[in-house]
Write a protein that binds this ligand. Structure first.
Ligand code: PPS
Length: 395
């Protein structure tokens, strides 16, 4: 009690008042700081939105792989323990590393050497997709995957999807479920770009579709994973596959001699991966052991070229996203002969895929093509039946 008047008269000199005073000052400073931060946050909001959109629209270079990555990838081929697919490695053609340099083109500037990624068991930040604006968000395991098929148009689909602000994707093919599975889910997650609430994380690795072990592994990650398969006429796909190989190794045997086991009897060599990948019904059967059909979307590789907005509409619906990617995002580039994006990432320039996409195929004798069509027909029919969709390859 005695101290009270003294405290009043002596003001700040008393310990009690000094504490009150400093609390008041601290409170004032605190609220000032909060207001300042709030103001800054509000002022930066449009900037964040713009940068988020810019990041979403930013196209990945079609070229992203290093020679090392590519070599490893090709060497790994499509072989798996049960010999489900033998891969491009082929005693006759020696085709195992054929696509290696091609992927270099896709690699520019994004990926470290595969050795660094795998040996270090830590992904370089460069492997992940575009950076989240202001480093926001968390890395999440993908909720949707483009699992195939090789040469189906998977790169085009992924690049087009990246335009959507609610999709964040890894530019590179992580090959987690087929080649890097031993690295573990945390390794995989670390490859992913940061996502904000409501954004979908994606990646594409076309070899997943034909690798026996992959469906079980994806299901073990999450049974809810949405799966997208871009399918293309298996005959054209095989020729496209061969064309890619030929571009790297011009001295490989002819398409025709690789196609037939016995030229006289016309027996098709189904052990050649270029042929085997196109037996879609067989591969799908394996997926259906782990995923219901409703969880798999089949995109027509042909329609992705003739009507990209239409196919993208279906994909956005499937992913539960607003249809943001529409006709207005595409134009047909006469020189390229393919649809391209009107705006490249982060700029107003148009963007077409690189020169390894949309190559001129070698002429294949009509008789060989006819034989192949006959070979695939029953498998195609089965596939149409399974998917309840006629892709029109046999019309
Ligand atoms: N918009 C656009 N631009 C260029 N190319 C396009 C496009 N849409 C689909 N395609 C077709 O994509 C084929 C390559 O398929 P992928 O990207 O799945 O190939 S890969 O498996 O990743 O190597 C590629 O095959 P080829 O024509 O044989 O080169 C193209 O036909």
């Amino acid at each position: 009690m005695a101290l009270a008047p003294a405290a009043t008269t002596q003001g700040w000199r008393t310990p009690v008042n000094r504490t009150r005073q400093s609390r008041r000052v601290a409170l004032m400073l605190g609220s000032l700081l909060t207001s300042l931060l709030l103001m800054l946050h509000c002022l930066a909001a449009p900037l964040r939105a713009t940068s988020r959109r810019a990041a979403a629209e930013e196209p990945q270079p079609d070229s992203w792989r290093t020679a090392e990555w590519k070599g490893a990838e090709e060497a790994a081929g499509y072989v798996n323990s049960r010999g489900f697919l033998r891969g491009l490695a082929d005693a006759r053609g020696g085709l195992s590393v054929l696509d290696a340099s091609e992927k270099m083109e896709e690699a520019a500037g994004i990926l470290p050497a595969v050795g660094q990624v795998v040996a270090g068991r830590r992904a370089s930040p460069r492997l992940a997709g575009r950076l989240s604006p202001l480093g926001e968000g968390d890395k999440k395991l993908p909720q949707a995957l483009i699992v195939g098929v090789k040469k189906g148009g998977t790169r085009a689909l992924l690049e087009f999807l990246r335009v959507h602000p609610d999709i964040r994707a890894v530019g590179a093919e992580p090959h987690f479920f087929d080649r890097n599975y031993d690295n573990g889910l945390e390794w995989y997650r670390d490859l992913m770009p940061k996502t904000l609430e409501g954004q979908i994380t994606m990646e594409k690795t076309p070899s997943y579709f034909v690798t026996k072990e992959v469906p079980a592994r994806i299901s073990a990650m999450s049974r809810d994973t949405k799966l997208i398969v871009v399918v293309r006429d298996p005959v054209t796909r095989a020729i496209s596959d061969y064309t890619q190989t030929l571009s790297k190794k011009p001295d490989i045997p002819s398409f025709e001699s690789l196609t037939f086991k016995n030229r006289t009897t016309g027996l098709i060599d189904t052990s050649w991966s270029a042929i085997q990948i196109g037996i879609y019904a067989k591969h799908l059967d394996n997926w259906l052991q782990y995923f219901p059909m409703e969880q798999i979307l089949f995109v027509s590789g042909e329609r992705l070229i003739s009507d990209p907005a239409g196919e993208l509409g279906r994909v956005q619906d499937f992913l539960g996203l607003k249809r943001i990617i529409t006709d207005k995002h595409f134009y047909f580039n006469q020189t390229k002969g393919f649809p391209c994006l009107k705006k490249a990432e982060g700029s107003s320039k148009p963007h077409c895929l690189g020169k390894t996409k949309g190559r001129t195929h070698p002429d294949i004798r009509p008789e060989v093509v006819r034989r192949l069509r006959d070979f695939y027909r029953p498998f195609n029919m089965k596939f149409y039946q399974m998917t309840a969709h006629n892709f029109g390859w046999d019309d």
